[in-house]
Design a protein around this ligand. Structure first.
Ligand code: SF4
Length: 225
């Protein structure tokens, strides 16, 4: 553990975003979106709660911290008081950049006036198609429309785990949001999702690169052979 950072601030490792330095999860518990592919499904999680101990953490400076990587802290069932306490703690460490990523960006947008100074807001979109078979979260196109409400704040999209898509429709909806960058990854644990072929992914990446930066995660290699 880095002695300069708090006990609940974890250095980024594994399949997480390599462009972040840490993850921080003060809100814990079973995510209500219940995505079948969620890496947290293999751990006992308990009910949603704010871990007040985390609010004593030193978040350091010049870090890029993914806040809420283990549950969606902007899901409707997360209490507003918890969210406000977490954002308030982040604002106490203004020399960091904070990534807030939610499959419920409409709720995240309500907190836009109290976000810390340096933030990236984002959402996950596995495909442009409906996702009710694999998640209770709002559909990807709804998430995109809600993320589009943010202006003047850098936006990112996580396309992971990528699922089969309709190229023209997917590109059109992504372009509308004007993401600063897009991160693409694949299902790491073989959940039997419908996955696009390598050629289609290559064409998708080429189209994205016409208007945004594309960060390809290492786990996408499996689909690119
Ligand atoms: S939204 Fe994220 S944290 Fe929540 S169940 Fe889905 S993958 Fe897991």
């Amino acid at each position: 553990m880095d002695p300069e950072v708090g006990v609940s601030l974890n250095k980024t490792k594994g399949n997480m975003y390599p462009w972040t330095t840490h993850t921080w999860n003060p809100i814990k518990g079973k995510c209500p979106h219940e995505c079948v592919y969620c890496y947290m499904n293999r751990f006992p999680q308990g009910g949603l709660r704010l871990d007040e101990k985390c609010l004593k953490d030193n978040l350091g400076k010049v870090n890029t911290i993914f806040v809420g990587s283990s549950t969606d802290m902007f899901a409707w069932s997360v209490l507003p008081d918890w969210i406000l306490k977490v954002l308030n703690h982040c604002r106490n460490y203004p020399i960091n950049t904070y990534l807030f990523q939610s499959k419920n960006p409409h709720n995240m947008y309500k907190y836009e006036p109290v976000l810390p100074l340096n933030v990236i807001v984002g959402t996950t979109i596995e495909t442009n198609r409906p996702t009710s078979e694999i998640s209770k979260a709002p559909y990807p196109r709804t998430r995109l429309a809600w993320l589009d409400q943010f202006s003047g704040i850098p936006k990112m999209l996580s396309i992971e785990p990528i699922m089969d898509f309709d190229l023209d429709v997917f590109i059109t909806c992504i372009k509308q949001v004007k993401p600063s960058f897009v991160s693409i990854g694949a299902d790491s644990k073989n959940h039997g999702l419908p996955e696009p072929p390598a050629g289609k992914i290559r064409e998708f990446i080429q189209e994205l690169q016409k208007f945004t930066e594309v960060k390809v995660k290492a786990n996408l290699k499996r689909l690119m052979k």
